[in-house]
Design a protein. Structure first.
Length: 546
């Protein structure tokens, strides 16, 4: 692994951006900015146009990759840009942090726009956890030292490969709508995608990149956002080179089926099972123990597909749609255990009447974002947060951010507290899209593939993610096979880890290496190709229709 990490800077294809190891960096002075605007994040809040500005803090930094000794000099830009509609009317003052290499080298340098999901989330999790030049070092999947985690130089940063812009949607971070719009104006699937498009258009107008390959990177709800956003950008004249979809929920109807479509509940129950089985194996509840996560995932996909019909009585109960609920008998549990190698106790936790997160490991609560993260039921981690994998970062990241903004990024906002996640936005969100009450964005992804047949699509999954299960994502993408004549450039990768895959120290270097290959247009070793995607479940709609 050490050799692989050392090689990363050599395969990036942008050797011209590096400073020589012995060179003494000469930086311009930082340009701090104190933003005295009092931003507000309620549904009906909006800024007066007279107080909107596009000022930003500039800081000049350097990252040294220890294994190679090479350095990247980069600039951080932290502030606001104003998204405007097609008529030039301001929509929202949107906060962003950009990391750009000072020497772009001899080749057109990519630029990637990052955002989290929620909906209602800022981009703090990706920016402080994944591929920016500094990150919060967590012990994921363990909780040692919580909540006091350090900010460290990120040896897996993508700054050697792409410039990065992290975006906070309206009502999150320091972003606020501009009157007569209010934050709630943009709290919806289509409204959100529109204002994100307009921010990116503004960024590219202020920072022209006519030759740069342009990428989008969305996590969680950021994946359906990307599916909707990508064709909007294409139609606005922005040619995308690629999109990265991490920890996907591409069709909300998988998890929220209607009462008249109860088989979809079984689709989800069976699609989550391989990820849950990986979690059960982590806790020693698979007999015999599997040889590895990759081979075990393959076995569990096969089991789930082969025994789908046996789960039909229990799917509606699993999603709380059955009245009365239906549970397996002891004999059924025993049979499932023999067929799957998952212990009876783990299957009972999965399909039984008690919540699986407090039943799988007696006396402990396991995470949803990462099923391997656990805490005793009386742990302070669980005070105010029932998910230890969420609590693992929910407290440390804002503490680090409060230090990083003034010290490292040179941006201060004395009259506003940064909103990491807006519950108000989440509960107020208009999920309707494409004629459905909740979004199915596979048709939007197909629209993008039709507009831009050569776009590169990378889909990243964590084996232990119980929120956006990897097998469900594969099944959703498999719907694209219903369209004749398309051969999309889709690669699907899998890693040990949960929803925020990059938190795990063993997986982040692999993700970095895979992303470097992706940016270069190279095949990713071990990735699932479009041809290898499974067929969708029989009741899932074709790709062209929700």
């Amino acid at each position: 692994m050490r050799a692989a990490v050392a090689a990363l800077t050599l395969v990036a294809g942008y050797s011209g951006i590096f400073s020589a190891p012995a060179a003494a960096a000469v930086f311009p002075p930082d340009q701090p900015y104190m933003d005295n605007t009092a931003y507000a994040f309620g549904a009906t809040d909006g800024l007066a146009a007279s107080v909107v500005n596009e000022k930003a803090a500039l800081a000049y930094r350097q990252l040294t990759y220890r294994e190679s000794g090479r350095r990247v000099d980069y600039t951080t830009t932290t502030g606001h840009l104003t998204a405007a509609d097609a008529n030039g009317k301001p929509e929202a003052s949107m906060f962003y942090v950009a990391y750009t290499a000072r020497n772009r080298g001899p080749f057109p340098r990519p630029i990637t726009f990052f955002y989290n999901g929620g909906p209602g989330s800022s981009s703090i999790w990706l920016r402080l956890g994944s591929f920016a030049p500094s990150r919060v070092a967590t012990p994921d999947p363990y909780t040692t030292g919580w909540p006091n985690f350090p900010l460290v130089d990120n040896q897996e940063s993508l700054i050697d490969t792409t410039d990065m812009v992290f975006i906070d949607p309206p009502g999150t971070g320091f972003s606020e709508a501009v009157l007569p719009n209010t934050n709630q104006t943009f709290w919806g699937v289509d409204q959100d995608a529109g204002v994100m498009r307009d921010f990116i258009l503004r960024y590219l107008a202020v920072n022209p990149r006519p030759d740069s390959p342009i990428y989008l990177y969305g996590e969680s709800y950021g994946t359906p956002r990307t599916d909707v956003l990508a064709p909007l950008l294409e139609q606005a004249g922005v040619k995308l080179s690629g999109i990265v979809l991490q920890s996907c929920i591409l069709d909300y109807n998988d998890q929220y089926p209607s009462a008249s479509d109860l088989q979809r509940a079984t689709d989800y129950t069976v699609s989550l099972l391989p990820g849950y089985a990986e979690v059960a194996a982590f806790f020693g509840q698979v007999t015999p123990p599997p040889f590895g996560v990759r081979s075990f995932a393959r076995e569990m996909r096969e089991f789930s597909t082969r025994h789908y019909d046996e789960f039909l009585p229990y799917g509606p109960t699993f999603l709380g749609l059955a009245n009365p609920p239906v549970f397996p008998t002891p004999a059924v549990y025993a049979q499932m255990s023999r067929q799957s190698t998952i212990n009876v106790s783990a299957l009972t936790a999965y399909l039984g009447s008690n919540p699986l997160n407090t039943t799988l490991v007696p006396g402990y609560t396991i995470g949803g974002y990462d099923g391997r993260v656990s805490a005793p039921n009386n742990s302070p981690m669980l005070v105010g947060d029932s998910d230890p994998s969420d609590a693992l970062i929910a407290k440390p990241f804002p503490v680090i951010l409060a230090q990083q903004l003034p010290d490292y990024l040179k941006y201060t906002a004395p009259n506003t507290t940064y909103v990491t996640l807006s519950d108000t936005a989440n509960v107020s969100w208009d999920f309707s899209h494409g004629g459905l009450p909740v979004p199915d964005t596979i048709p939007d992804l197909l629209a993008e593939l039709t507009l831009n047949p050569h776009i590169k699509v990378l889909v990243e999954n964590g084996y232990h993610d119980l929120v956006t299960p990897f097998f469900m994502t594969e099944k959703d993408l498999g719907r694209l096979k219903s369209v004749k004549g398309i051969r999309p450039d889709i690669q699907v990768t899998h890693y040990s880890g949960g929803h925020m895959i990059y938190l795990e120290d063993t997986s982040r270097p692999r993700m970095k290496a895979d992303l470097v290959n992706y940016y270069r247009g190279w095949p990713i070793g071990g990735a699932m190709t479009f041809a290898q995607l499974p067929k969708p479940w029989s009741d899932q709609p074709p790709a062209g229709t929700p």
